[in-house]
Design a protein around this ligand. Structure first.
Ligand SMILES: [Zn+2]
Length: 303
């Protein structure tokens, strides 16, 4: 019911924005091919090729207006940029130098990486654990159409599996962050296997799909971790380059900057742990990403 309400509200806002026209200087992807083809309000339905062009331009215009309205509604400084189409050829993902374990390649262990090799000006948003289950966050991300990837720990997710089902229904991939969030290198191979493969089973049972992505808690792993992960279907072990909180950013690199293909980490957290809410964190994230000329792309599209 709520989703219908949100969508209707969106459509009304989008129409209002189209009718009043875009402000001069507004970056409008529909404008270039739209010369003289703006449909009159309530105008007749178009026919033929010119009509199709007109319909496409009008659609682009309406989509942009809806995005701009959503950005205003959620208090963003600028409208988030649209990511390019997913790459036709996926980049080769390899383990970052210094992040290998013994016999990493020989054993065919999943690659551990912090950035995806690409020239596209995109970053990827990944959200861990699952403590905070804020309905406003789900609405915000659907409204803004920002992709992200979740890494879930069962001890937190089991409080409300339904919340993450809604997330999955909105196109978010649910991935593995262990059952109980232990420091894995302290555990034997078989206990690590229980933590990682047990979570593969939970996600498959609850959400119908076995994850291909696994992130070790705290980013800590050893050879047994990667052997265990591989044994139960994990293909990639993405870590992160930056971490965003409700009130600040942390950077792995000395230049304290974003780079094409960077993976950004954050957490499902709220006032209990943070000086702010999930929407506050997303505002901080999007404001910087957009300011620096990056779009947010879907990690799975590049793997
Ligand atoms: Zn974690």
């Amino acid at each position: 019911m709520r989703r219908v309400g949100v969508r209707t509200g969106l459509a009304v806002l989008a129409l209002a924005a189209v009718a009043s026209g875009c402000a001069p200087g507004t970056k409008d992807p529909g404008a270039a091919g739209a010369t003289g083809t703006r449909p009159a309000p309530g105008g007749e339905s178009p026919h033929g090729q010119a009509g199709a062009k007109q319909t496409h331009a009008a659609k682009m215009r309406a989509e942009y207006a809806a995005r701009a309205a959503a950005a205003r509604r959620w208090g963003l400084k600028k409208v988030p940029l649209t990511p390019p189409a997913p790459p036709a050829t996926k980049p080769a993902i390899t383990t970052r130098e210094g992040f290998e374990v013994e016999d990493h390649e020989e054993l065919g262990l999943p690659p551990v990486f912090t950035t995806v090799p690409t020239k596209d000006k995109v970053v990827f948003l990944t959200i861990d654990d699952g403590a905070e289950k804020d309905p406003a966050f789900l609405r915000m991300m659907s409204d803004l159409k920002i992709p992200y990837t979740a890494f879930l720990s069962d001890y937190l997710v089991k409080e409300d599996y339904g919340y993450f089902k809604k997330m999955q229904d909105r196109g978010v991939a649910l991935n593995n962050h262990t059952l109980h969030h232990p420091y894995l290198p302290d555990l034997s191979h078989s206990r690590q296997r229980r933590e990682i493969c047990g979570m593969q089973d939970v996600i498959e049972k609850r959400y119908g799909k076995r994850p291909e992505l696994f992130r070790p808690p705290f980013g800590n792993y050893d050879r047994d971790t990667l052997r265990a992960a591989k044994s139960c279907g994990v293909k990639y072990v993405p870590l992160w380059s930056e971490e965003v909180f409700a009130d600040h950013w942390d950077y792995r690199e000395w230049d304290r900057d974003l780079h094409p293909g960077d993976i950004v980490l954050t957490h499902f957290r709220g006032h209990a742990d943070w000086k702010g809410t999930m929407p506050d964190m997303i505002r901080r994230f999007l404001n910087l990403v957009t300011e620096k000329g990056y779009a947010v792309a879907r990690l799975e599209d590049y793997l």
